[in-house]
Design a protein around this ligand. Structure first.
Ligand code: RBV
Length: 429
């Protein structure tokens, strides 16, 4: 492995031994609830599909992600990993990972922009043959600053909606020079992770951070994609009155037919108690909205980047700001109203001090898909040209079947007659 200037986590922490122990304890807990990754790991240990490969990763480095990292390393890869958000890393887990002989972890919580990108460069210095990204920062850095490495890269995998969106834009510009799987877009990922994972973990993080109730609140959910649907459903399940804002007419109608109030953000701003953005876009809650908001509102973001709530505008409007609680910054307006921003407007389910990310069970599914996608990319690299690729459906089904078996859920299969019927067109009344 190449020496890099940015040091691995083990060279950055005091109390390294106790950090490693605590990180390992968190991973031991997670793995007990990750039967898919366990099964895939057994297969990888036996077959060593990644022998001789170098995998570079930029993800939320906490216990569940660590299980994916280990799963890949135990399949024979050398893995270099860093964070994909300055606040989502658990240093103890990062330290525990870094003890593995095939893993180098550069992830550290609370890094500034320079350190964040230095750690990404440190991963790239390992000259990965495969990249695994959450948000596309690795792919972007390689294309912009290290294009000479692209020839040696077999392909990549992308975890999240925003990353896939960026990759598709890059592909449309003809700028994406190696194949990448859109892991986010599989049913086993987005119907569970985006919906249930985002819904449960965002609400849990906000509740734990504020100690406030959902019941009886007006909760404004910006964006009714998969994540917004999850947040709206779970908030409604906690007895909140849910208001949805949307820009896409069919999604707005879907939300309306689901029983939510739908209105523009400029109207919702006046009545919301909690605002939760899930759009993946920028400037969703802006100056004119802050001016109308009630005293004491909570503002949080569950989208990948911290640009959905315009914090610069909020800061300009504020006459004072202070840390109201751990993870809560209060912005005081000149009329005395206080607007409370949670986790600096970064994705709240991972970036608040108490956040733990999505629940273990859904990440087992997402990371199970990731693991078999890395295997597929290396096994059948000839089949994938530069560009964004859908994950083969059989791989996604393989993960679903492992999960159902682990849950002890049996299900039906088609008879031959049924299969013939479904494949034929010559039947009618
Ligand atoms: N996510 N990871 C976690 N490791 O705890 N929680 C959520 C974790 C992923 C999720 O798959 C989503 O697509 C992405 O984070 C957004 O950055």
């Amino acid at each position: 492995m190449t020496d890099t200037e940015y040091p691995p986590i083990s060279e950055q922490l005091e109390n390294l031994e106790s950090a490693r122990e605590e990180g390992r304890r968190k991973m031991d807990w997670a793995t007990q609830h990750m039967p898919i990754c366990e099964r895939v790991r057994e297969e990888f240990v036996a077959n060593q599909p990644f022998a001789g490969e170098r995998i570079g990763m930029a993800m939320h480095v906490e216990a569940k992600t660590a299980i994916l990292v280990e799963t890949l390393a135990e399949g024979g890869a050398e893995v270099a990993v860093t964070g994909c958000n300055p606040l989502s890393t658990h240093d103890d887990v990062s330290a525990a990972l870094d003890t593995h002989e095939n893993i180098t972890s550069y992830a550290k919580r609370g890094v500034d922009d320079d350190e964040y990108y230095a750690a990404i460069e440190a991963v790239i210095a390992h000259e990965p043959t495969v990249t695994v990204d959450d948000g596309m920062d690795l792919v972007a850095a390689i294309h912009e600053d290290y294009p000479e490495l692209i020839d040696g890269i077999v392909g990549g995998c992308e975890e999240t909606t925003t990353g896939v969106h960026r990759l598709r834009a890059m592909d449309a510009d003809g700028a994406l020079e190696y194949p990448v799987f859109a892991v986010n877009d599989t049913p086993m990922k987005r119907l569970f992770d985006n919906v249930h994972g985002t819904g449960e973990s965002s609400l849990a993080s906000i509740a734990m951070t504020t100690n406030l109730s959902w019941a009886g609140k007006n909760v404004v959910v910006a964006g009714y994609g998969y994540c917004g649907k999850g947040v709206a459903k779970k908030a409604s399940g906690q007895n909140a009155n849910v208001i949805v804002t949307e820009v896409e007419p069919r999604r707005a109608l879907e939300a309306h037919m689901e029983g939510y109030e739908v209105m523009p953000m400029s109207d919702a701003a006046e009545i919301g108690d909690v605002f939760l953005t899930t759009t993946g876009n920028r400037d969703v809650v802006i100056g004119e909205h802050f001016e109308k908001m009630k005293d004491g509102v909570l503002l949080a973001n569950a989208g990948h980047f911290d640009i959905e709530i315009d914090l610069e505008a909020l800061d300009d409007l504020a006459v004072d700001r202070f840390e109201a609680r751990d993870g809560v910054e209060a912005y005081e307006m000149d009329d005395g109203r206080k607007l409370n921003v949670i986790a600096e407007g970064r994705l709240v389910n991972l970036a608040a001090p108490v956040s733990l990310g999505h629940p273990v069970e859904v990440m087992d599914q997402s990371f199970g898909v990731q693991a078999v996608c890395v295997r597929e990319m290396l096994e059948n690299s000839d089949e994938y040209d530069a560009g964004v690729h859908d994950v083969p459906d059989d791989l996604d089904k393989e993960i679903a079947e492992i999960k159902l078996e682990a849950e002890g859920v049996d299900f039906d299969s088609l008879t031959d007659t049924q299969r013939d019927y479904m494949g034929s067109w010559d039947h009618g009344t």
